[in-house]
Design a protein around this ligand. Sequence first.
Ligand code: ATP
Ligand code: MG
Ligand code: MG
Ligand code: MG
Length: 477
Amino acid sequence: NSMNAQQVRQQFLSYFESKGHKVVASSGLIPFDDPTLLFTNAGMNQFKNIFLGNEKRDYNRAATAQKCVRAGGKHNDLENVGVTARHHTFFEMLGNFSFGDYFKREAIEYAWEFITEVMKLDRSRLWVSVFREDDEALAIWRDHIGVPAERILRCGEKDNFWQMGETGPCGPCSEIHYDQGPDVPCTEGGPCGVECECDRYLEIWNLVFMQYDRQPDGTLVPLPKPSIDTGMGLERLAAVVQGETSNYHTDLFLPLLNRIAADCGMTYTRSASHQDVSMRVIADHLRASTFLISDGAIPSNEGRGYVLRRIMRRAMRHANQLGKKEPYMYSLVCLMEEHYGEAFPEIVKNRAMVEEIIYQEERRFANTLDHGLAILEEMVAGLQKSAQVALDGQSAFKLYDTYGFPLDLTVDILEDRGITVDEAGFYAAMEEQKVRARASWKAVASVTSSEDLRLIESRHQQEFSGYDFLSAKASVI
Ligand code: ATP
Ligand code: MG
Ligand code: MG
Ligand code: MG
């Protein structure tokens, strides 16, 4: 099967269009109107108010290919990137939605028809899971669709009861998994089964049967009309359709990986080597940075901007390891435009701005990265001399405060060496410094930097006014 990702996305949207769904554009990654959400992390986010019954549209079925980022907050896949073959910080979620229209039976029928008839996935590799108590969904899969009973599993709340946050729409769900076969090692260390969260039994699609609105006190209030929310990772589906066992080996990533390899005078070999992992991290983080900046995020020291900074600095450290000591990531933005520009015109429109912001962040960090790495080496040598396996919080804080190393960057670097970091100690050191700063800055404490940042962020979102604004911003942060 030679379908590329672009075609997979298109087939998905036209399939659901043919079933009476309105194809709705992806919303941006920064949910400016929802303080409970760090970044858009699922297709349903933009429909939250419809699900809650607070808003009506002129359609009650929709389909989207939604930009998502899961690199902080409730869903954080940052640490998985490079390790698993299926997680990204940025990915596209294909979804179909029913707002009080069809429910479980049609949702299951559509999903099954799409993956078996349109995508032509091998039925004998497909497994499904349902929520423990959801006899209704189980019966539909077994009796109506005809999935063999032994390939339907009843699962618990953790994976089969979906909720958007502490409060809000929720309900039981049913997942579709694709068995990639015994050659794909269990990333969880086995013994492996479909209930295992691993790369072998790849979760491709999650169908949420939205029936409740969870209240702040935890109670479940039935929604006015039950609804459907589904999500399927485009990168995972493309991998399965293309017969690849890693998302990174689809047409969405390989051109990027090959280009990074060529730039570093290396070859990408699809392995678990440090080099290949670094290339995957760079490719993933480049996508996330490009889309986040294009949607209005800027690297900073708190909130959303800090998550972006962490992603960017982690990528820069990996580039540094591949020998790229000068700003490099910004030079890959043109590839992003080449490969994603058609589906995401905003990337084309904002390209110059994205390049500039990445370049500036790279410049800023290049100044301290090498020095910080050298200091870190000294710290490691000191630890090894005294046979210690944990870096103290003060040292980790020094790397943060003086050299701009986010905590997770230090953790990431030391992990390979079998050294852990005293994270509680890190936060204690940070708190201590804040107290000290407060004591000495009492007089000027009235202007909070977070307020400034919000202003900058919203201005950035509204204007995209190019270089003048960029240089002004660089001096603010
Ligand atoms: P997993 O268990 O593999 O982490 P999930 O259960 O957290 O996935 P859902 O919240 O159910 O994922 O999201 C719906 C779909 O989005 C998943 O079935 C998967 O296809 C895709 N998806 C989720 N997280 C990622 C990610 N980090 N990168 C790529 N695709 C993802
Ligand atoms: Mg997950
Ligand atoms: Mg899951
Ligand atoms: Mg899931």
